[in-house]
Design a protein around this ligand. Structure first.
Ligand SMILES: Cc1cc2nc3c(=O)[nH]c(=O)nc-3n(C[C@H](O)[C@H](O)[C@H](O)COP(=O)(O)O)c2cc1C
Length: 170
């Protein structure tokens, strides 16, 4: 995996600023997805990792805190715009975003969390570390801009256990 995790990273980084899906299934079986545009892939502890930033106010944070893994699902350029909008505006606490966004879950190859079938590129990640960001260590400008509400981000490190293109993607 170390050599192949970055194989399709051009697709990821082209789409990331526009939004990709972060999907998680907790240990009770609750599944949710939300749109993210913060994240990176790289090497930590000699492992290939996908690092994501989830605010504590998100329902996704609740599930991620009780999960062993997550998936990142990357739409083909220009597709699934409405689903990304819904997943980025609505909370899965009250709404089934899969039904509302017309997206379907499919089985992952290696992890418990499903993938989103309509997406072109999939990352399956096993959570190996999480860290709460400390606003006291941030530049004042960053705190004022991003944390007026006191809800900080928690950074989740997912070991990339599989990366692949989905054949049936739209
Ligand atoms: C394009 C876009 C990118 C976003 N990126 C992030 C992100 O990286 N981290 C984050 O915590 N929220 C991000 N959000 C906000 C969440 O997607 C949004 O609050 C969502 O409704 C949370 O859903 P949940 O409560 O079901 O977890 C983003 C929203 C949009 C529209």
């Amino acid at each position: 995996m170390l050599s192949t995790y970055a194989k399709h990273s051009d697709i990821l980084f082209e789409q990331l600023p526009k939004g990709v899906f972060l999907t998680v299934k907790d240990h009770k079986g609750n599944v949710n997805t939300m749109t993210i545009s913060w994240g990176h892939i790289g090497i930590v502890w000699n492992l290939p990792v996908f690092i994501v930033y989830v605010k504590t106010s998100r329902y996704t944070h609740e599930l991620m805190s009780n999960a062993t893994d997550f998936t990142v699902n990357v739409p083909k350029e220009g597709t699934l715009k409405q689903a990304l909008k819904i997943a980025g505006e609505v909370s899965g606490n009250k709404t089934d975003k899969f039904e509302k966004g017309n997206i379907t879950l499919g089985e992952s190859r290696q992890v418990k969390t499903p993938i989103i079938k309509e997406c072109q590129l999939q990352y399956e990640c096993s959570i190996i570390y999480k860290q709460s960001q400390n606003p006291q260590e941030m530049m004042k400008d960053v705190v004022n801009k991003h944390y007026p509400d006191d809800h900080h981000h928690v950074v989740f490190y997912g070991k990339i256990v599989d990366t692949y293109l989905t054949k049936e993607a739209i």
